[in-house]
Ligand binder design. Sequence first.
Ligand code: C5P
Length: 225
Amino acid sequence: TTIAAVVPAAGVGARMGLNHPKQYLKIGDKTVLEHTLGKLAQVPQLTKLYVAVSETDGYFDELDLSGLAVSRVTGGQERSDSVLNALLAMQSTAPDWVLVHDAARPLVEINDITNLIEQCLTHQEGGILASKVKDTIKRGTSHSEETVPRATLWQALTPQFFPYHQLLNALQQAQQNNAQITDEASAVELAGQPVRLVSGRSDNIKITTPEDYALASFLMSQQSK
Ligand code: C5P
């Protein structure tokens, strides 16, 4: 079974209020993206890493990625466009499965990744890392209109892992239908296919806001002990 990794890293980090993308923030002596790629490089099942970065990105080529089998591909307008571009870039040497992992999630643990891969391969269906919602969830704009029962609510994390052709078809279909999707799983769900929920660590956070960055820096310093 061949598995390629796709790392969408073409976001602009608008919610971080920065003039450079959040994946180039430093934690210790490495950027967030280098930490993330370093994690994926430790997963023996992954044969190749594709990183989607924006065309105008001047930082990526300066990274120290020596020893990693990494290809740069061009990102797109939305996250799903970036992932789709990466899938199209590998079409001539298509792997059996693809593992998509956010550049902005450097805290993912190798054990969680290999667990996701094993469970999905065993059951021969796609799946994602997810963690059970801990807070009480409200729906509303200025006032709470509803409290959503949380017993069956999960927070979708990455990696997200699917057969190559299933994900390619699902993303193309979502694009044609102009569907607003914020992860790969939602495209696969729209295509009517199953998405297995594999419990993962809730500290596999996506660095989105300055608070997330502070928390990620702390968690990373604990991990490397
Ligand atoms: O914007 P968000 O926090 O959901 O981004 C999740 C991941 O998707 C980040 O790693 C970001 O760099 C990436 N992304 C992308 N192309 C876009 C937007 C986001 O690759 N157009």
